[in-house]
Design a protein around this ligand. Structure first.
Ligand code: PMT
Length: 225
């Protein structure tokens, strides 16, 4: 039997892309399939945790069994849901690809074409991970993700510090077999003191398992103090 390393823990996982409406038939989203987040949710459940999966726009197929699913659309909706869940949550893992920008205005009617150019104005979305980092209580554990195409280590460390994460999983999404849409990933895991684990190409399920074992060992250690 799988070790119940997360027995008694409440784990919240976010997955997929957010969907930012332009008008009733158009929107902005990204290539996240939700596979990474779904794999983490499934593994956490297998390790005995109570799991809430907050999923945006996904194409990952079946929701893992035994996991409670909450569907969200926009970054704002995901923000509201995750912040509401925070007080009851021990471990948060933010694998979702949250939009950084959304249309400044959502049109109530379908935009009509004209002979002119159309300029779409965008504004910043709230940063969910940063808000969590600011509200984190003793005993809560936050894992962020970073999707990078260059200067992975530097950008990852900046995000980890700015967003007050306990661990950060950085994937170079420009590498073959890593990042968006694939069944595999290549990741480096960082904590405040730097690189903790460098993981070669492996399935998202295997990565999820390694990550959660690391989280379980870190929680164990701080609990012993
Ligand atoms: O879903 P898959 O197809 O399996 O692909 C997996 C993945 C590539 C999406 C995943 O492994 C991944 O890297 N997820 C994070 C993608 C991302 O948005 O990275 P980022 O570097 O832009 O953001 C850093 C962190 O801040 C992320 O944890 C993100 O959830 C969070 N964030 C970002 C912006 C925002 N407004 N709010 C946030 O919480």
């Amino acid at each position: 039997a799988e070790e119940q390393l997360l027995q008694g823990k409440r784990v919240l996982v976010t997955a997929g892309g957010t969907l930012e409406r332009i008008d009733p038939v158009r929107y902005i989203t990204n290539d996240s399939s939700g596979k990474m987040g779904f794999a983490i949710a499934a593994e956490a459940r297998r390790m005995g945790a109570e799991v809430v999966l907050v999923a945006g726009n996904t194409s990952a197929g079946e929701v893992p069994g035994g996991v409670s699913l909450v569907r969200t659309g926009s970054a704002q909706q995901m923000y509201d849901e995750v912040l509401q869940q925070l007080p009851q949550t021990d471990i948060i893992i933010k694998a979702a690809a949250v939009a950084d920008y959304r249309p400044k205005q959502t049109f109530q009617q379908k935009i009509k074409k004209t002979g002119e150019e159309l300029v779409l104005e965008l504004e910043r979305t709230p940063d969910i991970l940063q808000a969590l980092g600011q509200r984190k209580k003793n005993g809560q554990f936050i894992v962020g993700f970073a999707a990078e195409t260059e200067q992975l280590e530097q950008y990852a460390m900046e995000k980890l510090i700015r967003k007050n994460c306990d661990l950060l999983v950085a994937n170079n999404v420009a590498l073959e077999g890593a990042g968006f849409g694939t069944d595999t990933n290549i990741a480096k895991i960082f904590d405040r003191s730097g690189l903790v684990q460098e993981l070669p190409l492996m399935t998202k399920q295997e990565l999820a398992s390694r990550l959660l074992r690391l989280v379980a060992s870190r929680i164990q250690r701080s609990g012993d103090r």
